[in-house]
Design a binder for this molecule. Structure first.
Ligand code: GCU
Length: 608
């Protein structure tokens, strides 16, 4: 198995109980001839200090999890050929570093592209202990510490995780505990109604009592459960709106139930009208989250974290940072990313996310962002991530959630070095292909900040008008003259949700960065870009370039000596990507050509 820790062969015994014990086991197996000391200092939590001594001796000080993170740091530095040269200290920037699995109890994974669930089979928790341990090890090695195991769309019988399946949940938590990974559970807001209570109104005493009693039972079985994850009033899920209550009232009721046990409520802000009439020009979907939550700033309980998708739509290739992440100063927040390549190539197309994340983290304010979450790209495929190279996204996600200042190139290079036995030149080739893959994908798919030209529902391959007359609020409104939505003050007013300095960067098309141009503005095809090209020519050029870059990428990637089975999977997926890139390029260019009638300045083939 070519995951970055594949070179650690000795499997940890199931008798390990704590992260500190795991740290000792990993170090003894990896450095069998080197003496070391571990000093557990509870108040250090996840932080660690590694001090080198004479003759290779070293000591690590930290909380129990800190010792484990320090141990993996040392092991991974060694795997990368970096000797310990002085004292190393480190602490995470974000306290909860979460993976959200969208796994259903039947073993299916919503938006899963790496096989079936690692946790569920046949409607219940059923798994391979060894694979869970490998997963625990992988997560801990990059500092990830919370795993929400079930889909935010909680379908029956996932509700039973809080009921009949509690002993199974406790057994799974025991397996992850030695890796410092705490479980979290997605809950259904209407769950009390399964138990003879006629309402799920958060202000109803019977509802409150049910959640308190449930929390007591759950924490008796899993005392270190991280908390509950909630998708409410979103895409048909139940929530407080049914009872005329707002989301602070809903979240705080659950928070009250979890408080005695130290649990948190992670409350998702993915709330919008998913039944919009396309004729309605007043509603602009990106405005929805702000409208639902901004006025509640300061109203949420101490142990509520609002989890906000990084952009205002839904994990498109390019979206601005959500205004909620910049504007809700009195509320604890988590930024939600998506490792699962739902709109970004289904783990078929190569799509390395760290360049995108670096852009997001640069804009993220320092103060009230508590945590980082990412929708999982994991499944029970042999290599865990479907495409073997998609594992770089899990690895770098962890690194950045610990320290967003990590250098992207270095992080990717480390992953390559630990995963494959390549020469320096081969490694350099792979690193550069991985780092450029996001921009390439962006070029052959979304033009200049317009998303949603993807096949509806399935979300792979092009369909430029697929969402145009649908009810999801995702329109580009291309006609024969112009394309895009005016989201400035003179248009839908979306940009008004941002602080002034942010607004200034985007409100004038003459200064707005090209790659966001059509997200914020509606412009004619003959609009002159800063580089002198017309808008339509830029759209054509990007698509042709994206396709050409994919062809070059395929040649270079397939010349690398990947071992089997990775080599076959990579070859097969690269061929699918080539096919798809050509479809995207030709269909999007033809779509705009038919509308605009504009010829390509370079006379390349665009179909009539
Ligand atoms: C997207 C995705 C859904 C998912 C939802 C969410 O809309 O397509 O499958 O349930 O996001 O984040 O809740």
């Amino acid at each position: 198995m070519n995951l970055w820790l594949g070179k650690l062969s000795k499997t940890p015994p199931v008798t390990l109980r704590t992260p500190a014990e795991t740290a000792r086991f990993e170090l003894e197996s990896f450095f069998p001839h080197t003496p070391f000391d571990l000093y557990e200092q509870t108040d250090m939590g996840d932080a660690y200090q590694i001090v080198p001594g004479n003759d290779g001796f070293f000591s690590i000080t930290g909380g129990s999890t800190g010792l484990l993170y320090g141990a993996y740091r040392l092991i991974m530095d060694t795997l990368c050929g970096k000797a310990l040269s002085g004292t190393v200290t480190s602490e995470p920037k974000y306290s909860l570093r979460m993976i959200n699995c969208w796994d259903n109890a039947d073993g299916d994974i919503e938006r899963g592209y790496a096989g079936r669930s690692l946790f569920f089979r046949n409607g219940r928790l059923e798994y391979s202990t060894e694979r869970i341990q490998t997963l625990g090890r992988l997560l801990a090695s990059v500092g990830l510490n919370v795993l929400c195991i079930n889909n935010v769309n909680v379908h029956y019988p996932a509700q039973l995780l809080l009921e009949d399946y509690l002993p199974d949940l406790a057994a799974l938590a025991d397996l992850f505990r030695p890796f410092g990974v705490r479980l979290m559970v997605s809950v259904d807001f209407s769950q009390p109604m399964r138990h003879g209570i006629s309402t799920a109104d958060p202000l109803d005493p019977a509802v409150q009592a049910w959640w308190k009693e449930t929390a007591g039972r759950v924490y008796a079985a899993v005392p270190d459960l991280a908390g509950f994850l909630v998708k409410a009033d979103s895409e048909g899920r139940p929530g407080p709106f049914t009872y005329g209550r707002n989301h602070a009232e809903g979240a705080n009721m659950l928070a009250d139930a979890l408080k005695p046990f130290g649990g948190v409520v992670v409350w998702r802000c993915f709330v919008y009208n998913c039944r919009q009439d396309w004729r309605d020009t007043k509603t602009d979907r990106p405005k929805a989250a702000w409208e639902h939550y901004a006025f509640l700033d300061g109203e949420f309980a101490e142990n509520v974290i609002l989890q906000v998708k990084h952009g205002p739509f839904d994990f498109q290739v390019r979206e601005p940072l959500s205004p909620l992440l910049l504007g809700m100063k009195k509320t604890k927040l988590a930024m939600e990313l998506q490792l699962a390549q739902e709109y970004t190539g289904h783990q078929i197309d190569l799509y390395t996310m760290i360049p995108m994340w670096k852009e997001l983290y640069e804009e993220l304010p320092a103060d009230n962002i508590m945590s980082i979450a990412a929708v999982s790209n994991l499944g029970d495929d042999e290599n865990y991530t479907g495409h073997p190279l998609a594992a770089v996204n899990l690895y770098t996600y962890g690194l950045l959630a610990w320290n967003p200042d990590v250098n992207a190139e270095e992080a990717v290079a480390r992953w390559c070095r630990m995963t494959y036995d390549f020469t320096d030149d081969q490694e350099q080739t792979l690193v550069s292909l991985l780092l450029s893959s996001r921009r390439t994908y962006e070029k052959y798919t979304a033009p200049l900040g317009i998303g949603w030209m993807i096949t509806p529902h399935e979300h792979y391959g092009p369909n430029p008008s697929g969402y145009e007359y649908d009810l999801w609020g995702t329109y580009h409104k291309a006609d024969r003259n112009a394309v895009g939505i005016n989201r400035t003050h003179s248009g839908t007013g979306y940009l008004d949700q941002y602080p002034e300095d942010f607004r200034r960067k985007y409100e004038d098309p003459a200064v707005c960065p090209d790659l966001f141009l059509l997200f914020y503005h509606r412009l004619p095809y003959d609009y002159r870009m800063r580089d002198g090209r017309t808008l339509i020519q830029r759209i054509y050029d990007d698509h042709f370039e994206g396709l050409e870059e994919t062809r070059v990428m395929a040649d270079r990637l397939l010349a690398l000596p990947f071992p089997e089975p990775d080599a076959s999977v990579i070859r097969d997926r690269m061929n699918q990507q080539l096919y798809s890139a050509r479809e995207w390029c030709d269909i999007i260019n033809t779509f705009f050509h038919r509308l605009s009638g504009a010829p390509d300045a370079h006379g390349r083939t665009i179909y009539d």
